[in-house]
Write a new protein. Structure first.
Length: 572
């Protein structure tokens, strides 16, 4: 459901539904405790004995929630309420924080409990509500045992499921190693593969794409006599290196059985890692080996397709590494340095300044019925400090309705920060207001969804007591976008502030200061696919009429329909 754009507006997909798991969510409007473990804190639960009231099957044991691997999870028996998950820290510990990373089957009611004897339990929190994704909970007290007491399921047909259950304390242990520890040795080094795909389906998917630090490009074995075993790819580090870590970000065409090998000469290879249970997505491998060449040697595929990797990163010491491009520093939230804004305060009722906005005329896709114009009757200030984007019942360019779409594409782009807007949405069947961002590399030829899309707010006029915040990328887009639907007050009755707080670790979505969804980079890489949001984006505002997502207009739909925007601001 993509929508063609002109003049830098990009391509657009609006999700018709969320992914299967998120569709089943109750969509409660919740307030999650924000924040993450501070520098003074250390994780004390990883690898500690962990038990649960039940497990779904042997592949989802309790220990998977405390193993430090965001690609494994604990899940309880289906339809089981209440349930519990417990970790033994080994000694009384001054606990400061509990971080949870829920799958779609989260707990809509639970408490964190402490015990010193595994018998008498004390509630460390009031009853909380979880959310699909990351949740951070500040606690205080001394405990040897920390338990999640789960009393209500978000998905009536399932149980509970957690990717990670992390307990933190102040300085009592050493934190787990950062996956990026050591020097990146493989960036832009010469690469070789058994075969390479370079056709209409993957152009180009050459070996070097696995080592370019671009998460939207990949290597794939050729479809012409290449979807066979073994399949391999290796990198020349330029000099002998001591290898300590390998990161693989797989395409869905992943290896279920493979080896990591090193060589001094690209002829004689030594195994330093081997598995027959590869699970795809992101795999972080702690290894030890010495060589100039490092190879992934696949021997069994998950499907009839070949092998494909978005990223194959090698860390260690030695070699002859290239320095990767610098990234901007993460902002500290709350961010306070204003780097872009439009307050729409022009009293004359004219079109917003073309120094800040590009108007984006044209015929969209997604089944929408309007024509986007550059006319002031579709986008103008109202003399009261608001931008009015107005959908009208009037003929233009073969369409019976008009509206406006405007963006900052060639005026302002940003990487990281707080992006916010105060908006009042219209009510009516088929109306579809949105505040969102597109990856700026679309402007230089990268197609959607490889450039990335961040939907900060979408509201459907047929139900203005719900909203959506969603990410779109190569492996999760359209109806499978990674996001959240959340229920709230009737958003058409007043202005509300939507915001995205974005850094190198993820994106937090907020409505009126309350977190409604958190997209963790680590979780996405481990469960959905590449994270493609570490580069500049630009901002878009629009009001669509009809379409696959909001459904059709009808006789009750009011025209003109108005989306009001008090301001747009970006802080770093």
């Amino acid at each position: 459901m993509s929508s063609a754009k002109s003049r830098g507006g990009g391509r657009r997909t609006r999700l018709a539904t969320l992914s299967a798991a998120l569709l089943a969510l109750a969509g409660a409007y919740f307030v999650a405790t924000p924040g993450s473990a501070s520098a003074a804190e250390a994780i004390v639960s990883q690898g500690k004995p962990t038990t649960a009231s039940s497990v779904e099957w042997e592949g989802t044991p309790a220990s998977a929630a405390t193993d430090g691997n965001t690609g494994t999870r604990w899940s309880s028996a289906f339809l089981a309420t209440p349930q519990w998950l417990k970790v033994d820290l080994g000694a009384p510990t001054a606990v400061t924080r509990v971080n949870l990373n829920w799958e779609g089957a989260y707990a809509s009611a639970f408490t964190v409990q402490f015990s010193t004897n595994d018998s008498t339990w004390t509630d460390a929190t009031a009853t909380l509500s979880g959310n699909a994704g990351a949740q951070s909970i500040t606690v205080s007290g001394t405990a040897r045992y920390v338990r999640l007491n789960l009393t209500q399921r978000a998905l009536p047909a399932y149980g509970y499921s957690l990717w990670e259950f992390q307990v933190y304390a102040n300085g009592t242990t050493t934190p787990p190693p950062d996956p990026g520890t050591g020097t990146l040795l493989s960036y832009n080094k010469p690469a070789f593969a058994s075969t390479e795909q370079n056709d209409v389906n993957c152009n180009p998917c050459t070996a070097n794409k696995a080592f370019d630090l671009d998460p939207a490009t990949r290597w794939a074995t050729s479809s012409t006599n290449g979807w066979v075993d073994p399949g391999w790819i290796y990198v020349d580090l330029g000099a002998t290196a001591q290898i300590s870590r390998v990161e693989l970000q797989w395409d869905p065409a992943y290896a279920t059985a493979y080896k990591i090998q090193v060589s001094p000469n690209a002829t004689t290879w030594t195994d330093i890692y081997s598995t027959t249970t590869g699970h795809g997505f992101k795999e972080v491998l702690n290894v030890t080996g010495t060589g100039r060449y490092v190879r992934m040697y696949g021997t069994a595929r998950v499907s009839t397709y070949g092998y494909s990797l978005y990223d194959f990163n090698v860390y260690g010491t030695g070699g002859a590494p290239n320095t990767p491009p610098a990234r901007p520093a993460d902002p500290a939230f709350p961010a306070t340095r204003l780097v872009y804004n439009d307050e729409f305060n022009d009293p004359s009722g004219t079109k917003p300044s073309t120094a800040k906005w590009t108007y984006d005329p044209g015929v969209p896709q997604n089944g929408e019925v309007q024509y986007y114009t550059e006319n002031s009757n579709n986008a103008k200030t109202d003399g009261q400090g608001n931008l009015v984007i107005e959908a009208r019942k009037e003929a233009s360019n073969g369409r019976e309705y008009t509206s406006a779409r405007m963006n900052t594409s060639n005026k302002f782009q940003v990487q990281y920060g707080r992006v916010e807007a105060r908006i009042k949405v219209p009510k009516g069947n088929g109306l579809w207001p949105a505040f969102w961002m597109m990856g700026a590399d679309f402007l230089t030829g990268r197609p959607w969804p490889y450039n990335g899309e961040v939907d900060i707010m979408e509201v459907l006029g047929r139900n203005t007591s719900e909203a959506y915040s969603t990410l779109h990328a190569p492996q999760y887009n359209g109806a499978g976008g990674y996001g959240q639907k959340y229920a709230t007050v009737d958003l058409s009755q007043d202005f509300h502030v939507w915001a995205a707080e974005w850094d190198s670790k993820g994106i937090k979505f907020l409505l009126d200061g309350n977190q409604v969804f958190y997209a963790s980079k680590a979780t996405v890489e481990a469960t959905r696919g590449p994270w493609i949001f570490d580069h500049p984006f630009y901002i878009i505002l629009n009001l669509a009429v009809g379409g696959d997502f909001p459904g059709p207009i009808d006789a009750s739909t009011p025209f003109p329909a108005r989306m009001l925007v008090d301001y747009v601001r970006v802080y770093q």
